[in-house]
Design a protein. Structure first.
Length: 247
């Protein structure tokens, strides 16, 4: 059984002070269930809420020029990529929990390759990601982008981030700071849902009911859509505890 974990789920499960989730940790360690976390959430939500207006005012992009010789002739090759030097890194508390998750076999899922979205330096080790062949990666990425397009068309996911002024809001503007901080969480949730579907996992574990978020990928209407269209099965941590105990 393949489980995609929202941050509000896996951070609870791997909180060393929370003994109630021991059966889930043991099920992961034994391989009875397999766990996955969307890496894009760290690229977005690891930025502190108070810093998000300035950080997300513009995309962070860098370019590298390399001189290569082809058929005896010099060619200048330019690579454009996210400037990961700009990412603040993972908070120590979160990093400790992530290391515990990785130690029992949890792996990271790729999200969309957003050009202006740096990734944490802690992710340079690609062995912590799901390993796949080139063909598997191509197929998974195609599913990912197809789902993302449909999520954004419903006005949720990254659409909420764009509507809040992300990658365009003046750094000194504070009027929509709270809205942008919440929109970052919505963007991360959209990436999680799309990754879950793209990787063809069985259960999406989240405690997020989007009760105070207004329109959200995890509100009741969009949950129903995800279930009907993509067969997404939602479980809370408590519901997953029952499954892990019985498995």
């Amino acid at each position: 059984m393949r489980i995609s974990f929202d941050s509000n789920a896996w951070e609870k499960i791997f909180d060393p002070r929370d003994a109630s989730c021991a059966s889930i940790r043991e099920a992961l360690r034994s391989g009875r269930i397999k766990g996955f976390i969307c890496a894009t959430s760290f690229r977005i939500e690891a930025v502190r809420r108070r810093d998000r207006v300035r950080y997300f005012a513009n995309p962070h992009i860098t370019a590298q020029n390399n001189l290569v010789i082809r058929d005896g002739q010099p060619w200048l090759r330019m690579s454009v990529m996210p400037d990961s030097r700009r990412h603040p890194g993972l908070p120590l508390v979160q990093l400790d929990k992530l290391e515990q998750a990785l130690s029992v076999g949890v792996r990271l899922m790729y999200g969309c390759n957003w050009m202006g979205l740096p990734e944490p330096r802690e992710f340079l080790d690609r062995t912590i990601f799901v390993q796949e062949t080139l063909e598997e990666r191509h197929d998974r990425e195609q599913r990912m982008y197809d789902v993302i397009a449909r999520i954004e068309a419903r006005g949720v996911g990254k659409t909420a981030f764009d509507a809040a002024g992300g990658w365009g809001m003046p750094p000194k503007e504070s009027l929509n700071a709270k809205k942008l901080a919440s929109a970052c969480a919505e963007w991360a949730d959209g990436e999680l849902a799309a990754s879950h579907i793209a990787y063809r996992n069985d259960i999406l574990c989240t405690n997020d009911r989007a009760g105070n978020a207004g329109t959200s990928i995890f509100d009741a209407q969009n949950r129903t859509w995800l279930t009907n269209e993509f067969d997404v099965s939602f479980k809370t941590v408590d519901e997953l505890l029952a499954i892990a105990t019985d498995s």
